[in-house]
Ligand binder design. Structure first.
Ligand code: SAM
Ligand code: DTB
Ligand code: SF4
Length: 335
């Protein structure tokens, strides 16, 4: 770069202009959506939803914890962090056969996507040998595959892509300004770097966050703006409601107005029109009425199965009954 001050400033301004042009959703615009009257917000979200999706069709994704507990990180919401006394004990990685049996059962129950989660800060290269086997075997069942294993290097993302992985889940969790109140053992940029590696390797991105951790509305808007301004925005956006787990620092987080959760779903739908917006953790606590409002607000994916990773989720029969009452049906399987 030229050291001439005018040329330098011209270049810097150009970078700033490009950054602004890339910011499709300024936080103020996202906050303005949050501030709409509830019915106006849901009406807009429904319109956007129907432009891009069949509003009565929902993706069913089943989660499995392939390596539970003993995690060295300090995520303030997480029951699997070794440092919090939550009753979750560290276990070894599941054998591949057990994972395949769980995926087959999920498929038989109607799930089309299978997501494998591990309580790691980041996987070791040798851990990936087993994960590659799992991905290949689950893919062979005709399911979409997703993994969430912590931070990845680019070469690790490429290995997973080569094994046939479709999606990688890595959440931004919250707005940059609130992040340090929740997690200190890795920073926001680490997460953005992993998302860059995942994208570069040609994997589809599953990225969302958690609401109800004591953040402000502006910080909820900040999270959605971060997600919507990723270029391109994620193909899947899990919106988790905090599951407050005893023993974690967030066990006593102040309860969020459930309608504010519905608003967050609606704003995600409007700002990321073609994404699968997943009504994720916390459905048991939200109850059926609020879940129905989330579907109206544009959620079109759920975690389906009696368990999330270590905490509970609605029973499969109850989900099937609710979806039937709403006239909704699961997305069709690939094969
Ligand atoms: N260890 C990996 C990581 O953190 O990237 C993968 C698994 S981690 C459990 C995946 C995500 O689950 C977290 O980023 C967080 O968004 C969500 N999560 C964990 N505990 C939660 C809780 N108690 N309530 C809601 N969401 C939670
Ligand atoms: C995501 O966004 N939510 C899922 C999945 N990605 C891995 C995990 C939710 C975990 C909820 C608490 C637990 O059971 O550990
Ligand atoms: Fe570990 Fe992931 Fe839990 Fe954080 S969210 S403590 S990285 S398992």
């Amino acid at each position: 770069m030229s050291s001439h001050p005018i040329a330098f400033h011209a270049a810097a301004n150009k970078v700033a202009a490009v950054a602004a042009a890339n910011e499709v959703w300024p936080v103020a615009d996202v906050a303005a959506l949050f501030a709409l009257p509830f019915n106006d917000l849901l009406w807009r979200a429904q319109q956007v939803h129907r432009e891009h999706f069949d509003a009565n069709e929902i993706e069913l994704a089943t989660l499995l914890s392939i390596k539970t507990g003993g995690c060295p990180e300090d995520c303030g919401y997480c029951p699997q962090a070794a440092r919090y006394d939550t009753g979750v004990t560290a276990q070894k990685m599941l054998p591949v056969e057990e994972v395949v049996l769980a995926a087959q059962a999920a498929k038989d129950a109607g799930a089309t996507r299978f997501c494998m989660g591990a309580a790691w800060r980041s996987p070791k290269d040798r851990d990936l040998d087993a994960v590659e086997e799992m991905v290949k075997a689950v893919k062979a069942l005709g399911m979409e595959t997703c993994a969430t294993l912590g931070m990845l290097q680019e070469a690790q993302a490429e290995r997973l892509k080569d094994a046939g992985l479709d999606f990688y889940n890595h959440n931004l969790d919250t707005a940059p300004e609130f992040y340090g109140d929740v997690i200190t053992t890795r920073d926001y940029q680490d997460r953005l770097d992993t998302l860059g590696h995942v994208r570069h390797a040609g994997l589809k991105v599953c990225c969302g966050g958690i609401v109800g951790m004591g953040e402000s509305r502006m910080q909820r808007a900040g999270l959605i703006a971060q997600l919507a301004n990723l270029n391109p925005y994620p193909e899947s956006v899990p919106v988790n409601h905090l599951v407050a787990v005893e023993g974690t620092p967030l066990a006593d987080a102040e309860a969020l107005d459930p309608l504010e959760f519905v608003r967050t779903i609606a704003v995600a739908r409007i700002t990321m029109p073609k994404a699968r917006v997943r009504l994720s953790a916390g459905r048991r606590q939200l109850g059926e009425g609020v879940q129905a409002l989330c579907y109206l607000a544009g959620a079109n994916s759920i975690f389906y199965g009696d368990k999330l990773l270590v905490t509970g989720n609605p029973e499969v029969e109850d989900d099937q009954a609710l979806l039937a009452r709403l006239g909704m049906r699961g997305k069709k399987a690939l094969s």
